[in-house]
Design a protein around this ligand. Structure first.
Ligand SMILES: [Zn+2]
Length: 168
C-alpha cells in the first residue's frame, strides 16, 4: 500500500466527471487500498474520492469512527431528505472550511470492493461525507455550495478543527 499525493485546487482533475468502474480487478483493489492508506494518513478527515488522488474513476472511501470503513464503487445518491446547515472542509481545499446546506438523510447505492451491490441510509456526518464524496465524482466541490464569501472561512490551524469539521 502507498500514501498517494492528494490533488488540491486548482488541479483540473478535481473538476472532471469520473468514469464508471466496469470491472473490479486487482488494479482497482490496489487503488482502493492506497486510497484507504492515504485517507488514514490525514488527521482530520472523513472520506476521499479517487479524483482527489489523480484517478478519474467513480470510487470513494469513507471512514468514520461510528461507522467504520465504507468503500463505494459507482455510488449513486438515490434519495435525499431535509436540509441542514453544516460546516465542511475538503482535503483538496486545505486551509479552508465553509458553511453550506446538506441533506439530513441520504440514501445511496453502490458496489463494495467485491462487486456486491449494497444500499446505505445515512444521516449526520456520514450523510454529509457521502454527499461530498459522490459529488467529487462529478467534479463538484463543497465550495460550489457556499452561498457567499463570508461563509467561507480560513482555518488558522487544521489541527484546531473542532469536531464535525472533518475534511473529506
Ligand atoms: Zn473533498
Amino acid at each position: 500500500m502507498a500514501v498517494l499525493e492528494i490533488r488540491t485546487l486548482p488541479d483540473p482533475i478535481l473538476r472532471q466527471k469520473a468514469k464508471k468502474v466496469n470491472r473490479i480487478d486487482n488494479s482497482v483493489r490496489k487503488l482502493i487500498d492506497d486510497m484507504i492508506e492515504t485517507l488514514r494518513a490525514e488527521p482530520n478527515r472523513a472520506g476521499l474520492a479517487a479524483p482527489q488522488v489523480g484517478v478519474p474513476l467513480r470510487i470513494a472511501v469513507i471512514e468514520l469512527p461510528e461507522h467504520g470503513l465504507i468503500t463505494l464503487i459507482n455510488p449513486e445518491v438515490i434519495k435525499k431528505e431535509g436540509e441542514r446547515t453544516v460546516q465542511e472542509g475538503c482535503l483538496s481545499i486545505p486551509g479552508y472550511f465553509g458553511e453550506i446546506k446538506r441533506a439530513v438523510t441520504v440514501k445511496v447505492k453502490a458496489k463494495d470492493r467485491y462487486g456486491k451491490q449494497f444500499r446505505l441510509k445515512a444521516e449526520e456526518l456520514l450523510a454529509q461525507a457521502l454527499e461530498q464524496e459522490i459529488e467529487h465524482l462529478d467534479g463538484i466541490l463543497y465550495i460550489d455550495h457556499v452561498e457567499s464569501e463570508d461563509k467561507l472561512f480560513e482555518a488558522a490551524q487544521e489541527e484546531e478543527f473542532a469536531e464535525g469539521e472533518e475534511s473529506s
